[in-house]
Design a protein around this ligand. Structure first.
Ligand SMILES: Cc1cc2nc3c(=O)[nH]c(=O)nc-3n(C[C@H](O)[C@H](O)[C@H](O)COP(=O)(O)OP(=O)(O)OC[C@H]3O[C@@H](n4cnc5c(N)ncnc54)[C@H](O)[C@@H]3O)c2cc1C
Length: 356
């Protein structure tokens, strides 16, 4: 009998399991052959604390110390761009993300390919960082193992039964017993709830795609900031000497192993193109992942309204890496029944807010 059985070996599952392992026997079940196969291995790996709903921002900020103590951040910077005819979009984005407004020349000194014919406004913030997500996953995995926790890969949960003392969980021909079940299955969380007879949270997985292109004009892009359209119609970010360009798509999808649609990529690149002088002639590779949102875009953290032994760690949307130190700590505090430094987020993230 385990104390805690976590379904999902992405950032949500592994970070929560790492926090729980010192409190009791912990097992993580993951249907794929390794950690971070789905959304957690496909992100833009950015830490920008102001990105997300207010409750998410609280978690992002709280987790900053964890990132710094473990040397997981490196400076990136964040430049908001808007065309000449969109001062309102620009102001709104600067109000959210901050940053110093730049003249065209100043912006071009940082990113030499910016197009003077199209670009009207630019602002630069230094408060954005690359996250070493692989090392972050490994760090949580190591913490889990060092407290006696375990993972099982290639273990797809396909049946869940309530018992007097907790849950019986079947994954293929393996059967496990646990007192508390933690649902951290990313895009699949509502399917896991259905298996356990719990009300769904209405989580909607939305596809987000990425195209990797050669460095524009052969420039050394390594010190460029992330570039984002003020209305998030596209963004671009240096990545291993290349540029990744995202159409910032948000198409609702059934949970699955997502891939990028060529037409969506082409439309996104067409939105990026007027902002820069270098034409995109080739996409070297592409991928997509699912960002899973609750209807109000806040995370879902807490016990099911119908069973205190079924616990949600869900709805991480587009910020589930940067908010992970925070939400995993909050989830563990709640499960341990101790007070949390993050208790102010409770009304926004509790499953009870949906009245189900
Ligand atoms: C393109 C893109 C860019 C992003 N950029 C950023 C960013 O810059 N910064 C940021 O903070 N966030 C970003 N995100 C969001 C972030 O990646 C997600 O919020 C986060 O990875 C969600 O983690 P998760 O563990 O909930 O989901 P996942 O990583 O998808 O993990 C869920 C796991 O559950 C497993 N599972 C599902 N069903 C079962 C079952 N029945 N049995 C066993 N296992 C099961 C799956 O195999 C999966 O591995 C981005 C996402 C995408 C797609």
């Amino acid at each position: 009998m385990f104390d805690f059985l976590v379904i999902g070996g992405g950032m949500a599952g592994i970070s929560t399991a790492a926090r729980l392992a010192p409190l009791g026997n912990t097992l993580v079940l993951e249907m794929e052959s390794g950690l971070g196969y789905h959304a957690s291995g496909r992100s833009a790996a950015l830490y920008e604390a102001q990105y997300g709903e207010p409750s998410t921002v609280v978690m992002n900020l709280w987790g900053r110390r964890f990132f710094e103590e473990n040397d997981l951040l490196s400076p990136r910077g964040f430049m908001v761009l808007a065309p000449k005819d969109d001062p309102d979009g620009f102001r709104e984005a600067v109000n959210t993300f901050g940053g110093t407004e730049l003249s065209f020349q100043e912006a071009q000194n940082v990113v030499p390919i910016l197009n003077p014919d199209h670009l009207g406004f630019a602002a630069l913030s230094n408060e954005a960082y690359d996250i070493d997500t692989d090392r972050m996953l490994q760090l949580f995995a190591k913490t889990l193992r060092s407290s006696g926790g375990e993972f099982r890969f290639n273990s797809k949960v396909n049946a869940i039964t309530r018992t007097d003392s907790g849950w019986q969980i079947s994954a293929g021909d393996q059967v496990f017993e646990s007192k508390i079940l933690i649902n951290a299955a990313g895009a699949w969380v509502d399917q896991i709830a259905a298996l356990a007879g719990q009300p769904p949270m209405g989580i909607i997985p939305k596809r987000r795609s990425m195209a990797r292109i050669p460095p524009p004009g052969g420039h050394d892009v390594s010190s460029w900031p992330m570039l984002m359209d003020a209305r998030e119609a596209w963004y671009a970010k240096p990545d291993a000497g290349k540029l990744i360009v995202s159409p910032a798509d948000e198409d609702p999808q059934e949970p699955h192993d997502a891939w990028a649609d060529d037409m969506v990529l082409a439309e996104g690149i067409a939105r990026y193109q007027p902002f820069v002088t270098e034409e995109v002639t080739r996409v070297e590779s592409s991928w997509a992942g699912l960002r899973s949102f609750a209807p109000d875009k806040n995370l879902v953290l807490g016990p099911s309204t119908t069973d205190p032994n079924f616990f949600w760690v869900a709805g991480q949307g587009g910020y589930g890496i940067q908010s992970a130190p925070g939400y995993s700590q909050y989830a563990a505090d709640l499960i341990a029944g101790r007070s949390s430094e993050l208790s102010e987020i409770e009304p926004s993230v509790t499953p009870a807010r949906f009245g189900l």
